[in-house]
Design a protein around this ligand. Structure first.
Ligand code: COI
Length: 356
C-alpha cells in the first residue's frame, strides 16, 4: 500500500457561522485527497493537501470526452459529538462498478476508505453540528492525459473533496414538484445509466432546465425506448406507495443502484411492508392517481435523503400527491434513516462506521 502523505494548510478558512444557511455544495473544507494513476505504474502518490485549484492541460481527456465517475456520501455528527459515515464501503464498491463501465482502472476500495477516514479526521471540525446538515463527501476520478484521440486515458486523478451542506432542495423536507419528461431521455439499457458518471447528469440538464421554467424542481425520466416506464429522477431514485404496496423501478441497467434506495427498501421490508422492485408505467401511476390508490411518492438519494413529491406533472395532467403533504411512510423513512445516520437511533443493520 503506498504511503499517504499529508500537507496541512497554513491558511485555514473560517468555518461557516450559520449552519442553517449552508445550502448544498457551496462551501468546501481546507483539505482534499488526491492520488494519481499512470498505465504501467498503477495508482501512486496518495496525498492530503490544501483544497484548491488543480493544474490540468487544456487537452486533458476528461474535458473532451467526459471520461469520469463520481460518488456522493456523507459524514454525520452524533449527539455525543462523534462522527460517523453511512455505508461508505458501498460507495467505494459502486465507484469500481462505474470505473469498469467507463474503462477507468479500479481503485483499492479499502485503501480509499482509509484515506477518506484520515481526511475526515483532519477536517473533523468541519462536520456540521446542526440537525439536517452534514459533511457531503465527493470522491471522483477523471482522465487527465493531454490527448485528443478517443480512447481510454493512460493517466487519471482520484480526488475527494468535502462540502459541509444542508438540504439538497431549498424546500427541505417540504414536498417537491416533479415534471415527467416526455421528450428527452436520460439513458438506455446498455448505456451508462447505472454508472455514476457526469455524462448522465449532463444529458439530464435540458429536461431540468425546461422543468424549472414551469416551476418544477426536477425531472422524472421515462425509459429511453418506449418513453413509457418510470426510471429515476437523476438526483434520486423514485418510490410510489400504491394501495398497500411500496413500488420502485427494478434495476435493469439504466438507473442508479442507489444506496439510499437500498436502505429504504430494507427498512420498509423490516417493517413488514410489501415492497416490489418492478416495471412501473407512467399510465399505471396516472390510473392509480385517478382511482385514489396513489398514496405517496418520494425520492431517495444521498443528497436528497427522503424527498416527498407533492406534485407530479405528466403532459397536461397534474397529480397532487397526498394533498402536497409528506406521507406516513416517507416521514417514517426520513425519521428512521436520519435517526440512524445521525446516531440517534440504534443501527440494527450495521450501516454506520465511526470515524475518530
Ligand atoms: C448524491 O445524492 O450524492 C448525488 O450524487 C446526486 C447529486 C445530483 C447531488
Amino acid at each position: 500500500m503506498p504511503e499517504l502523505k499529508i500537507e496541512l494548510t497554513k491558511n485555514p478558512k473560517p468555518k461557516p457561522t450559520d449552519e442553517t444557511k449552508l445550502g448544498f455544495g457551496h462551501v468546501f473544507t481546507d483539505h482534499m485527497f488526491v492520488m494519481d494513476y499512470e498505465t504501467g505504474k498503477g495508482w501512486y502518490n496518495p496525498r492530503i493537501v490544501p483544497h484548491g485549484p488543480i493544474q490540468l492541460d487544456p487537452a486533458a481527456m476528461v474535458l473532451h470526452y467526459g471520461q469520469e465517475i463520481f460518488e456522493g456520501l456523507k459524514a454525520y455528527r452524533t449527539p455525543s459529538g462523534k462522527i460517523q459515515l453511512f455505508r461508505p464501503w458501498d460507495n467505494f464498491k459502486r465507484m469500481n462498478i462505474s470505473n469498469e463501465r467507463l474503462v477507468i482502472p479500479p481503485i483499492d476500495e479499502e485503501f480509499a476508505l482509509q484515506c477518506l477516514v484520515k481526511l475526515i479526521e483532519i477536517e473533523k471540525d468541519w462536520v456540521p453540528h446542526t440537525d439536517g446538515a452534514s459533511l457531503y463527501i465527493r470522491p471522483f476520478i477523471f482522465a487527465c492525459d493531454p490527448y485528443l484521440g478517443v480512447r481510454p486515458g493512460d493517466k487519471y486523478m482520484f480526488m475527494i473533496i468535502l462540502s459541509p451542506s444542508g438540504a439538497y432542495y431549498s424546500t427541505g423536507l417540504n414536498p417537491v414538484g416533479i415534471r415527467v419528461e416526455s421528450k428527452y431521455v436520460r439513458a438506455v439499457k446498455g448505456g451508462m445509466g447505472f454508472a455514476k458518471t457526469g455524462g448522465n447528469y449532463a444529458s439530464s440538464l435540458i429536461g431540468q432546465h425546461e422543468a424549472h421554467k414551469e416551476n418544477y424542481a426536477q425531472v422524472l425520466w421515462l425509459d429511453g425506448v418506449e418513453k413509457k416506464y418510470i426510471e429515476e429522477v437523476g438526483s434520486m431514485n423514485i418510490f410510489f406507495v400504491i394501495g398497500d404496496e411500496v413500488v420502485t423501478p427494478e434495476l435493469q441497467g439504466s438507473i442508479l443502484d442507489g444506496i439510499t434506495r437500498r436502505s429504504a427498501i430494507q427498512l420498509c421490508r423490516s417493517w413488514g411492508l410489501k415492497v416490489s422492485e418492478r416495471r412501473i408505467s407512467i399510465d399505471e401511476i396516472a390510473d392509480a392517481y385517478k382511482n385514489g390508490s396513489l398514496k405517496e411518492v418520494f425520492g431517495t438519494g444521498t443528497a436528497a435523503v427522503i424527498s416527498p413529491v407533492g406534485h407530479l406533472k405528466w403532459d397536461d395532467m397534474v397529480m397532487e400527491i397526498n394533498n402536497n403533504k409528506i406521507g406516513e411512510i416517507s416521514q417514517r423513512l426520513y425519521d428512521t434513516l436520519t435517526g440512524i445516520q445521525y446516531g440517534k437511533l440504534p443501527d440494527e443493520f450495521g450501516w454506520t462506521m465511526e470515524v475518530k
